[in-house]
Design a protein around this ligand. Sequence first.
Ligand code: FES
Length: 364
Amino acid sequence: MSDAHESHSTELVAADEPIANPGLPEHTWRPTDVDPAKERRAEIQVSVLFMLSAVCTVLFCVSYFVFDIKDNWSTVGGLGASTVALGLSLAGALLFVGIGIIQWARKLMGDHEIVEMRHSAGSNESERASALADLATGIEETGIARRPLVRNTLLGSLALLGVPMILGLRDLGPLPGDKLYHTIWGEGTDEHPMRIVRDGIWTPILASDLEVGDLVNCQPDALMNPERYGIDPSEVEGTNAQIVKSKASLILHRMNPADIKPGVDAEGNSRANWDVNGIVAYSKICTHVGCPISLNERTTHHLLCPCHQSTFDLSDSGKVVFGPAGRPLPQLPITVDDEGYLVAQRDFDEPVGPSFWERDYYER
Ligand code: FES
């Protein structure tokens, strides 16, 4: 046997033998273990981090009361001041306490190496051989190695399955822009103020038709006659029609004019001229999660959402008097045209339907 062959055999034998336990490396003492001054400095550093966390937590609590979460007119970098203050202070509190704990563990806690003996988690030789044999038999029986056509078409089809998932991401955009802020309601044209019509039968409504206590589901006439109001018909065709209609859904309610407590609009102006002889108009879409609302308590002028019982006061700017809705029901300012039919003065001055990130809000 040659020398080279002999040495190769020796290496193979050595490789088969268990690797000797190398033992623990020599312990390395940290500066804080051997220098009391550095230990003290680290202790102060960790305490300062914990104190900073506490300060941020206090700031969070203060911000909670100082900034009105509904006040999205004051913004910082486009975000509500309340959102920014609460977010930054909470982030600081968590960050500082996290860094403090890490520094505490790194510099001050005991760091002695500990050996924990464990049983081997692996299967024994014969179980592994048996599992591999079963796997090989299974693969052989699929015939995947002998049938390249099946194998390749399978791989191709599986690879393509990822494409629909990537295409689906496209539907996350584009951003809605100002669409969430507007409905088709508007003042109409000089010749044709935008009439309010009964939902389903599309007849205009004379103010004198409604009696105290009446509640009527309505839509804008522009859905049926867009050109009359200078609106492109394609805006109310096909699936667009459903979207536009659902956003524009309206309820009219007539009450004694003396029961109305006029609030203010987004500019702080009175809503005293938003009703017609006690007839008020509100969005029919609940501001909680968007159910259509029509359950009316005649005597209290409360409107109840059947989904989660949010209750809105139609005599008081649609304010929430009960339930999970976070903001009042948007009110549509209305008036009458030359013939006495009810018409919109303009669009809603706030988004209808459920709340969304950074939507406008103002106190009535
Ligand atoms: S959708 Fe109206 S209360 Fe929830």
